[in-house]
Design a protein around this ligand. Sequence first.
Ligand code: THU
Length: 131
Amino acid sequence: MTDQELVKKALAMHQFSYVPYSGFPVGAALLTQEGRVFTGCNVENAAYGSTICAERTAIVKAVSEGCREGWEAIAIAGKGEDFCWPCGACRQMLYEFAPDLRVLAARGDGQYIALRLSELLPHGFGPKSLE
Ligand code: THU
């Protein structure tokens, strides 16, 4: 799967975003080395802090299906002209399973910037920190 195709899958998740409060849909698509793709969207809540981001939806879908390893890339797509970077909580959640994951931060027209998670969360705290 190409990066562009992964970004497309993230954008397609906007249709399922539940965003009555922010009006800002975010989609995510997590690709594994086996070629599996776990998608996610943001799901907001009247108690705002209970909102879950698109990335964490995708992460939890993967882990709850028994897929914890071999994560290759995640595409994150917002709407509008700004690239959609993962929030701090999502960076931390991703770091747990794939500290050097490729991250594709996309905007509404499908343009994206590719970086490594290790660049977005340098010196992160992860499972190794507890050994
Ligand atoms: N959001 C995500 O889904 N992922 C992020 O990494 C940043 C923020 C969502 C949460 C909320 O529904 C909306 O964007 C506005 O913050």
